[in-house]
Each structure stands twice: as structure tokens, then as C-alpha cells.
Ligand binder design. Structure first.
Ligand code: SF4
Ligand code: SF4
Ligand code: SF4
Length: 281
């Protein structure tokens, strides 16, 4: 499914949400570490809007949750990694007016999708489970928009608290969340950090990773590993970054592996690598 077609706001849906006195919200989990919903459950500011929201499904905070009820806004965490995930995702989509993919697993497949395009999934599966009888068949981990229409994408591993509040608030105001289309480097500069890529040759993926985390890792001297996924609309500085990596002696395979940790579903990766490594120095 083509992502750019899905991030356009559906005003009719949003208007409908605004008319509801208390927006009904569901938080659903597929294959994941539960980290995104843990952040959601502990966002203190949610208390400030608690009387505007009715959580119909949020198993981490209430055992009275039901995933079978209709909701205005559904937040889905995790990648589709089993047939059960897929069944549940389809039901959530059917019941939700607005569906938000929350976190790197739901948005880009997450680290569990790392083998995509490299290794044979059935062979991997057999090497782990052998002939064991497993109730729900496993599937190669994939972002949720591989299977259903997603209205909005909230990246991060996990997303930042203020972004969660931003998403929820815009829906409650009858508006919609705007996409970030600039890289981590922009925030890194604002934080006043020295550039560890230029100054220390650290393989930082900040130039091609979508901002929003306030350059969390480079602020501690740790190179960005791309957990928030690629900057949308091909707005990234991939060529110049890959060229810097190349000039610093990193190989094509090294760059590919590093970029695939969170973004193995980035279909443009090979083409872009070829642009840099396919030409003579
Ligand atoms: S995106 Fe990160 S924090 Fe969220 S569920 Fe996946 S691994 Fe956990
Ligand atoms: S490459 Fe890394 S360290 Fe340098 S500005 Fe960008 S995010 Fe910061
Ligand atoms: S700096 Fe990079 S790896 Fe670290 S939180 Fe931000 S996007 Fe993720």
C-alpha cells in the first residue's frame, strides 16, 4: 500500500470524532515489547484530558477492556508477526474511525523484521520451532500498513510523550497531527551538540532519520541508529550521508545493515545505496 496516499487527513472522519462528547479510544497490541503502550499509560498529562476520553480498550491499564467494540481512534502497537496479529488488526481496522500506527514496530516493522529481504522466513521459522505445534502460524514481521489502511503514523521506539499528547489533542480538537518531514540533525543542531559523525567518525543516521526525539542519542554522544524511521517524502540527505560513510571507509554492506535495523521495509534503500556505491570515487 502506498503510504503517501494514506497520511492525508480525512476531514469527514475527524469531524465525526469531534462531534462525539467523549472520544472513544482503543490501544491495541500486536507483536511488540509493549514499550509504546507503557509510555502511553504513564503520560501524566493524559490526566488533563481524561474527562474527554473514554478508553474502551487498553489492557495495560484496565482488565475491563474489550477489543471488539467500535472506537473513534485506535492506536495500534506492534508488527504483524502472526496470523493472530493479522486477524486482530483487521478487526481493529473495521471497528475504528481513525487508525494510528504507534511506534517503530507498527510503523516500519521494527527490529523483528530485520531479516526481510535477506533470509528465508520459513527456514528461519523451522530452525527455531522445528515440528512443534504452534497455535497461530508465524508471519514475517511487517508494518501494519502492509495489510490495512493506516490514517496516521506516530514513529519512535517508543514515541515521545509530547508526541502522544499532540496526536490525542489534535484529534480531540477536531484537527489532525502533522507529519514531521525533517531529520534528527535539525534537532541535534538546535540542542547545540557537536556532530559526532563529522568530528568523531561515528556512524550516525541522524541525517536520514525523522526528527521528534530531540536528538536523544547524539545528545549523549551515541550515534543515531534510525529508530524513528526514514524522513518521509525522500526529503533525507541520504546521498551525502552515504558518501560521508563511504569516504570514512564504511562498506556498502555495513551501511545497509545499519539502516535495516529499523527500516528493512524501506523499498528505496537498494536503489539509493547503488547511487553512492555504484559510481566511481
Ligand atoms: S516500537 Fe519500540 S518500544 Fe514500541 S513496541 Fe516496538 S520495540 Fe517496543
Ligand atoms: S549526524 Fe548525528 S551527530 Fe551529526 S548533526 Fe546529525 S544527528 Fe547530530
Ligand atoms: S537519536 Fe535516532 S536512535 Fe536515538 S531516539 Fe532519536 S531517532 Fe531513535
Amino acid at each position: 500500500m502506498e503510504r503517501s496516499k494514506m497520511i492525508l487527513p480525512d476531514h469527514e472522519i475527524i469531524e465525526e470524532c469531534r462531534d462525539v462528547c467523549r472520544a472513544t479510544v482503543g490501544v491495541y497490541v500486536l507483536t511488540s515489547c509493549y514499550g509504546c503502550q507503557l509510555v502511553m499509560a504513564t503520560v501524566q498529562k493524559i490526566m488533563e484530558i481524561a474527562n474527554l476520553v473514554d478508553f474502551k480498550c487498553f489492557y495495560m491499564v484496565s482488565s475491563k477492556s474489550s477489543m471488539h467494540e467500535p472506537v473513534d481512534i485506535a492506536f495500534v502497537e506492534g508488527s504483524v508477526s502472526t496470523e493472530k496479529d493479522l486477524e486482530e488488526l483487521k478487526e481493529v481496522r473495521k471497528n475504528a474511525k481513525v487508525l494510528v500506527a504507534i511506534g517503530a514496530c507498527a510503523v516500519n516493522g521494527g527490529v523483528q523484521s530485520w531479516s526481510e529481504g535477506d533470509l528465508n522466513y520459513d527456514e528461519l521459522y523451522a530452525s527455531v520451532y522445528g515440528d512443534s505445534k504452534i497455535k497461530y502460524k508465524g508471519l514475517q514481521a511487517a508494518p501494519i500498513d502492509s495489510y490495512v489502511k493506516v490514517d496516521y503514523f506516530l514513529p519512535g521506539c517508543p514515541p515521545e510523550e509530547d508526541e502522544i499528547m499532540y496526536f490525542l489533542s489534535t484529534f480531540l480538537f477536531g484537527s489532525y497531527p502533522e507529519e514531521i518531514d525533517y531529520p534528527v540533525c535539525a534537532e541535534c543542531r538546535l540542542e547545540g551538540n557537536p556532530c559526532i559523525l563529522i568530528e568523531s567518525d561515528a556512524p550516525c543516521l541522524g541525517p536520514i532519520t525523522v526528527a521528534g526525539c530531540k536528538a536523544r542519542c547524539p545528545s549523549f554522544g551515541v550515534p543515531c541508529i534510525g529508530c524513528r524511521g526514514p524522513v518521509p517524502h525522500d526529503n533525507s540527505w541520504f546521498d551525502s550521508l552515504a558518501l560521508i560513510f563511504r569516504n570514512k571507509g564504511y562498506s556498502k554492506d555495513y551501511i545497509r545493515e545499519r539502516m535495516k535495523i529499523f527500516c528493512s521495509f524501506d523499498k528505496n534503500l537498494e536503489e539509493r545505496l547503488e547511487k553512492v556505491f555504484g559510481r566511481k570515487k
